[in-house]
Design a protein. Sequence first.
Length: 161
Amino acid sequence: MIRFARIASCAALALLALPMADAFAQQVVTLSNARGLDFGRFVAGSGGTVVLSATGVRSRTGGVVLLNSPNAGQAVFNVGKSVNGSNNRAVIVTLPANGTIRLTSGANSMAVGSFVRSPTTATITIPNGGTTLSLGATLTVAPNQAPGTYSGSFPLTVNYQ
């Protein structure tokens, strides 16, 4: 099994190359970020979470109050392969571990975790013409979280199966 992993931020384009000695087997997987993860606007209140599903449905727990946010939604990546790649090549997508991602605004931060995906399986097949991968997550909001524009990035690891 030959593997190569590269990190793609939620706001950047990434190109993954699989370097191999045999040119016949060389393939490239491309990830392009078509949409960033956006939890939208909310009021922290007594704290809780903002949850985004992999299909873009936004919900909340605890005292968080969701505000109208037409741009809120899941992250979307276009996943493709090189022209010389095998048809329907499978890749394994590894999501960030819980507790490792934080959004920041100045000295303030919030944790992002419980990433979910669509398709829901860790292994996806890349057909000719590519496919899409959608990601949602849960944002943990502290009681009286300071207002601000919070931002950050997360790693997305892709391995040929």
